[in-house]
Design a protein around this ligand. Structure first.
Ligand code: TXA
Ligand code: MG
Length: 310
């Protein structure tokens, strides 16, 4: 791995792209201070330029060098970094991070991941690494290198880790002096935040808001049509099941967690969507998932994955 990290470091320094594992999903990374690298990310991912990229850092001092933090930010960081928290912070004037990455605004999504390979890579370079999830825009995220679109292998260097430990994206949060606003539901649950910040106002931003454009109505979508909260499975449907129940598919079935464990379900979620998204199946039916904890995040993603324009 040492050799690969060194190669990845050189690739990033040249302004080229590296895909790396994180505990949430794989990231499509480039030098956040290099405008050409940022352009390559948007182009390869087919992402609209108004949807900002998260900057990944190896340590808190680097975040502090680039961004301003209030007391609430610092408290959140104490609980959740390194880990699946993305904080939207005000960029300092002295920062070298390019504003193309943040829709020309001075707010930057910052995160210190927990994955060993990700941290090694981030430590090896002396700039933050901009990285959206390593998938084509609106499509299913990648929690294993086998999920990556073929074109990504041609255009990037891929660091192969195992399957992502958590399997759902980071929770995106913006704070003001007294309030925590959740901009994207993720793998840190609302309940967890409420429990740690019971004295603080916590709000969830209306999804129609564009301040976190990753909250588009259509997202995380397999190529096949998807039906959620099903009571029965139709003849031509494969099944993404949860828990033990009477649902049955004649074609193919994966169970997110037979014992009804939402952590296990989250880890399996994108992997099973990739496996079901193959030409042998015609449509995907999804069993109901309880709407608390990580189930809320899963249901939010499923709703977007099943979104149909009328
Ligand atoms: O777990 C994750 O967050 C993964 C791994 C690779 O770190 N990354 C990820 O990136 O999911 P992406 O680009 O697919 O989603 C980032 C979300 C988007 O919804 C984006 O709109 C929001 O974060 N975001 C990033 N920077 C922002 C900013 N400055 N202001 C508002 N929203 C921002
Ligand atoms: Mg994404």
């Amino acid at each position: 791995m040492k050799k690969m990290i060194n190669l990845a470091k050189k690739t990033l320094e040249k302004g080229n792209l590296v895909i790396f594992p994180t505990e949430t999903v794989y990231g499509l990374g480039g030098d956040a201070t290099n405008i050409l690298a940022i352009k390559k990310i948007y182009k390869l991912k087919k992402r609209p330029l108004n949807n900002p990229l998260i900057c990944h850092f190896s340590k808190f001092e680097e975040v502090k060098k680039n961004c301003e933090l209030n007391d609430l930010d610092k408290k959140l960081i104490k609980f959740f970094w390194p880990g699946p928290l993305t904080l939207i912070l005000k960029k300092k004037k002295t920062s070298l991070i390019k504003s193309l990455l943040s829709n020309n605004k001075n707010l930057i999504g910052c995160r210190i991941p927990k994955n060993r390979i990700a941290i090694k890579l981030l430590r090896s370079v002396n700039f933050p690494v901009a990285a959206p999830s390593a998938n084509i825009a609106t499509k299913v995220s990648s929690t294993h290198y086998s999920h990556l679109p073929k074109i990504f292998y041609k255009e990037t260097l891929v660091l192969k880790g195992g399957i992502s430990q958590i399997g759902l994206e980071s929770t995106v949060i913006q704070t003001s002096k007294n309030c925590i606003t959740i901009l994207r539901l993720g793998s840190i649950t609302i309940e967890e935040i409420q429990q740690k910040f019971y004295k603080t106002k916590i709000s969830i931003k209306n999804y129609k808001s564009l301040s976190s454009p990753g909250n588009q109505k259509k997202h995380y979508s397999p190529n096949l049509p998807l039906r959620i909260n099903v009571k029965r499975v139709l003849k031509n449907e494969s099944l993404l099941n949860f828990g033990s129940n009477k649902l049955k598919s004649n074609i193919c079935e994966y169970n997110l967690s037979l014992k009804g464990d939402l952590n296990e379900a989250s880890k399996n979620f994108f992997n099973y969507l990739h496996l079901l998204d193959n030409p042998d199946c015609k449509k995907i039916a999804v069993a109901p998932i309880p709407n608390y904890g990580l189930g809320k995040t899963l249901n939010d993603k499923l709703k977007r994955a099943s979104y149909k324009k009328n």
